[in-house]
Design a binder for this molecule. Structure first.
Ligand SMILES: [Zn+2]
Length: 270
């Protein structure tokens, strides 16, 4: 599984910008996020190796422009099917073409990841407790409710799942649904075996390479599922808010994800 982690992603050194594209310039309009420069000075990193648990950080990202900008400045644009060539405002000419991503698409991806993470957490808890998630009808919607009483899926969002649920038999169909849906994302992001240079570029390794950061985030989720990792395996950094694996923390009571976040927090306190 180590080889899966060699995938590298790039982040604009100068950060990303938000702007609103008016109607009439492109098929779509609305708020976009884009790199500031076309020449692009980039910082490269290996998201799967450096930030395992990124899928949880992504799924808990707020659906608002500043939170998206903050995520992009740290980890880059999502890419894949979300990336598009769009008009970007420029001085003095009105617009030039550049890579951009609609915030609406980010929101949709975050919501989708959040749905499946919550389903996975609920199913993992169900498997551990030996209790089947309960089918509960409430108003015009039906829900799957986990052992802790939290909703882990709704008919409104996951219609296909609810077609296959039977009273007293919810765990198996829900696991099958999660399997199909995660596999669909891995297909979509072309997560297939490839030869790749390792991060130090001194040897060649076999790796499952996603096509984009978004693909890497789904791959990160895939790894967590195959390793049976649930919410109790992670902590949120008290400084930057990112999820990190407890097992990777140097101390059991660590509250920061890295030395950098620890010293940033100490500086803030002074
Ligand atoms: Zn941190």
């Amino acid at each position: 599984m180590e080889q899966i982690k060699e995938f590298t992603s790039a982040v604009e050194l100068h950060g990303y910008e938000l702007y609103e594209l008016p109607t009439g310039y492109c098929e779509r309009s609305g708020w976009l996020i884009t790199g500031r420069t076309v020449t692009g000075e980039l910082r490269h990193y290996a998201p799967l190796r450096q930030f395992p648990g990124l899928y949880r950080t992504f799924s808990s990202t707020k659906e608002e422009p500043t939170a998206i900008k903050e995520f992009a400045n740290k980890y880059g644009l999502l890419g894949g099917n979300i990336g598009a060539i769009v008009p970007v405002p420029e001085e003095p000419a009105p617009y030039r073409q550049a890579m951009g991503e609609f915030l609406e698409d980010w929101y949709q991806e975050i919501r989708s990841m959040r749905r499946f993470v919550s389903l996975w957490d609920g199913l993992l808890a169900a498997r551990k407790s030996g209790l089947q998630p309960q089918l509960v009808v409430q108003g015009s919607d039906s829900f799957l409710v986990g052992s802790g009483g939290s909703q882990i899926a709704s008919q409104h969002a996951d219609a296909l799942l609810f077609d296959s649920l039977r009273l007293g038999d919810t765990l198996r169909p829900a696991l099958a649904y999660l399997q199909v849906e995660v596999n669909r994302r891995l297909d979509l992001h072309l997560v297939v075996p490839r030869l790749a240079l390792d991060f130090g570029q001194t040897s060649i390794v076999g790796a499952f390479m996603p096509d984009s950061l978004l693909g890497a985030i789904w791959t990160d989720f895939y790894v967590a599922i195959t390793e049976g990792k649930g919410p109790e395996e992670y902590k949120t950094c008290a400084s930057c808010g990112r999820f990190f694996e407890k097992i990777l923390a140097r101390r059991r009571d660590a509250i920061y994800c890295s030395d950098a976040c620890k010293s940033k927090a100490y500086r803030r306190r002074m």
